[in-house]
Structures are given as structure tokens and as C-alpha cells.
Design a protein around this ligand. Structure first.
Ligand code: NAD
Length: 352
């Protein structure tokens, strides 16, 4: 029997392919933007400047101050630059940090956004914004946050370092793995999730061996689009709650944390969601927990939370926070079981 479902599709225009960054001006024109502020992190400033130079009169300049977790002070500075430059639109060039800044501006002034996505994190296709103020991270969901146009140019990912490609790719997979057992899943979200994970499973080992392989880079970016899309359409569960706890309360880096925790959180949920996870387990040798663990190890991913600086004596507190206000989860959330999951992820042990 087909499960009953309702499905809200996020409107999005996707422009995909090598060289597609040259389409930014055309896409701004379609949106009616006359002067776009180009955003990036300090690290990608030269690329952002080159993009702005290529836009000529369509550019209102560059703001290269984007930072992890979208601090509100940075957004306020960018808003001031946006207004002073007479901008009426945004071009965000980068990963989740830069895209987060573009979303934060659009949430405040409804500016149209063209995103040129250069990592696999998936933020560019979600109406979700996480921002931090006074050390607290809060999340908002609103249609104004969703970028109008996303450009995926695999050539721009050739320089994404291998370690970041690996962790960012596993971050993308995490969205899709949780999507297959989401309460509000539907046949299309599951189809996208499984194909997204398959694409990343095939592409990441090639990228590790040959980072400049354009075919593998294209496949990984395609997979990350699918994985990001399901993140934007269905609910996430234990895995994302654990990563938000570790990132928000212990300042652990986003993508690496996802990469380490994923096999453990999914092994925890496999007991309750084995049928839903089966198509993914089949991609990793039959057992989703140990299969993901082996896959992550084989592509050189970080394996232990202790290597990210988390102290063993912080695990009790992490477990306490993670079980507070839990997200819906297929397997009941039990504090002692979560504590032992964290212990294994901390030590880099095999998932239970
Ligand atoms: P990031 O955007 O923080 O990028 C990390 C670093 O890599 C930056 O210095 C960046 O400039 C650089 N970089 C990016 N692409 C590059 C490339 N192709 N070549 C060379 N360097 C490159 O990393 P991320 O993992 O994409 O984003 C993490 C942030 O995104 C977190 O704050 C996370 O919470 C957020 N996020 C949000 C959502 C959402 O839906 N709201 C989804 C996923 C992630």
C-alpha cells in the first residue's frame, strides 16, 4: 500500500553545469535586480571580487565578511553596506556560511537572492536560516529565506579541499539519510534522498583520489542538491539534533561533526526504521551503521569527536542537552542510550 502523504514543494530555479557561473548576470536580469551585493567569506574574497568585476554595473560591490553560524552583528554590517551601496539584490558565492548571510539579509529586506553554491552542505535550497546572537543559535523558517535561483557550477568546486569535500559530502548525506524515515516523507523525497546518497557514495571516493575530476565533482554537486532539497522539505530527527547540540553548545565544527556522528545516529535509528533505511543500507553493503562507518573511514573522514576537541567529561552534559526538547524520532530517545552513542562517537568506535 502506498502511504498517504502531503507534499509542499519549495519553488526553486536550478541552473546546473560547468561554466554556469557565467549565467549570474542573466539570472539577476530575470529577477529584475539592477545592483547586486556580492557576498563571500574572507577566504573566497578574490573569487567574489572577480565575479563582481564580471557583473560590471550590475554589481553593488563585495561584502566578504560572512562567518560560520551567521552572527547577527555580521548581518547588521552587511545590511548597512547593502543600503549604502543602493543594492536591490544579493549574489552569495560560497558554502553554508555565505549562503546564511544572504538568507539573513533577504529575511530582513526581501531582497532576491542568486546563490552560487561551492560546497555540498545544501543550505541553498532550504527556507531555513540559523543565526547566532549572544552565543545563542536560533533557527527560523520562512519563504523569504529561500533563494530564488541556485547556480551549481562544478568547476567552482574543483578547489574545494579534499577534507572539506569529504565532510561536506557526508553532511549532505546526513540530510538524505534522515529524510527516508521522516514522519512527513513522501515518495518523491525518498526517491531524491536515495539518489542523492548514491551519487555522493559514487563520487566522493573518486574526488579523494582525483580532486580535479570534473565528472565526480558534477556528480557530488548533483547529489548535494538532492540531499539539500529533502532537508528543505521534510523533518530531521536525532542525528540533526545531536549535531545542533554539539555545534551550538560545544562549538564543534559543523561538517566534521555531521561526518563523525552520522553512522552512530543512524545505527541507533535503524532498529526502528530498518524498512525505510533498507534502500540506503543496500548502497553500503547491507548494514547502514557499519556500512556508513566503513565508507567514512575509507574516504579519510574524521572518525572521533575527541579529535575535534570535545572532552570526555563533556559527554554527560551533551547527552542531557540532546535529550531536552527532542525532535520527533523513529526510535524512542533514551538518555542512557544517547550517552553511550556519544561515547562511541567520541572514541571513534564502531557504531553499536
Ligand atoms: P562554509 O560555508 O563555512 O565554508 C567553509 C570554508 O570553505 C569557508 O572559508 C569557505 O569560504 C570555504 N570554501 C567554500 N567553498 C569553497 C571552494 N569551492 N573552494 C575553496 N574554499 C571554499 O562551510 P559549509 O559546510 O558549506 O557551511 C556550514 C554552515 O552552513 C554552518 O553554519 C551550517 O549551520 C550552515 N548550514 C545551513 C543549512 C540550512 O539549511 N540553513 C544547511 C546546511 C548547512
Amino acid at each position: 500500500m502506498m502511504m498517504p502523504f502531503s507534499y509542499d514543494i519549495n519553488p526553486a530555479r536550478i541552473v546546473f553545469g560547468p561554466g554556469s557561473v557565467s549565467r549570474v548576470a542573466q539570472e539577476l536580469g530575470r529577477l529584475g535586480v539592477k545592483r547586486a551585493l556580492v557576498l563571500s567569506t574572507p577566504f573566497q574574497e578574490a573569487d567574489a571580487q572577480a565575479l563582481a568585476d564580471g557583473l560590471g554595473a550590475l554589481s553593488a560591490g563585495v561584502f566578504a565578511g560572512a562567518a560560520m553560524h551567521t552572527p547577527v552583528e555580521v548581518t547588521n554590517s552587511a545590511m548597512a553596506v547593502f543600503q549604502a551601496a543602493g543594492a536591490d539584490g544579493i549574489v552569495a558565492l560560497g558554502g553554508g556560511s555565505t549562503i546564511g548571510l544572504g538568507k539573513a539579509i533577504a529575511y530582513r529586506n526581501q531582497a532576491p537572492q542568486v546563490v552560487v553554491a561551492t560546497t555540498y552542505a545544501g543550505s541553498e535550497v532550504t527556507p531555513i536560516l540559523g543565526q547566532t546572537e549572544n552565543g545563542l543559535k536560533t533557527t527560523v523558517k520562512h519563504p523569504d529565506i529561500l533563494p530564488e535561483v541556485v547556480i551549481y557550477d562544478p568547476e567552482l568546486t574543483l578547489a574545494l579541499p579534499v577534507d572539506m569535500s569529504v565532510t561536506s559530502g557526508l553532511n549532505a548525506m546526513a540530510h538524505a539519510v534522515e529524510a527516508v524515515y521522516a514522519q512527513n516523507r513522501n515518495p518523491v523525497s525518498t526517491m531524491m534522498a536515495v539518489d542523492g546518497v548514491r551519487a555522493l557514495r559514487d563520487a566522493l571516493p573518486v574526488i579523494v583520489r582525483d580532486p580535479a575530476n570534473l565528472a565526480a565533482r558534477s556528480k557530488a554537486l548533483y547529489g548535494s542538491w538532492l540531499c539539500g532539497t529533502v532537508l528543505g522539505t521534510v523533518g530531521m530527527a536525532l542525528h540533526h539534533k545531536l549535531c545542533h547540540t554539539l555545534g551550538g553548545s560545544f562549538d564543534l565544527p559543523h561538517a566534521q561533526t555531521h561526518a563523525i556522528v552520522l553512522p552512530h545516529s543512524i545505527a541507533y535509528n535503524a532498529r526502528a526504521a530498518s524498512a525505510e533505511l533498507q534502500p540506503l543500507a543496500d548502497l553500503f553493503g547491507g548494514n547502514i551503521g557499519t556500512g556508513l562507518h566503513e565508507f567514512a573511514r575509507s574516504i579519510g573522514a574524521p572518525m572521533a569527536l575527541k579529535d575535534l576537541g570535545l572532552k570526555e567529561n563533556q559527554l554527560d552534559q551533551a547527552a542531557d542537552i540532546a535529550v531536552r526538547n527532542p525532535y520527533w524520532n523513529p526510535q524512542p530517545i533514551e538518555r542512557d542510550a544517547i550517552r553511550s552513542l556519544l561515547q562511541r562517537a567520541w572514541a571513534g568506535a564502531l557504531p553499536a
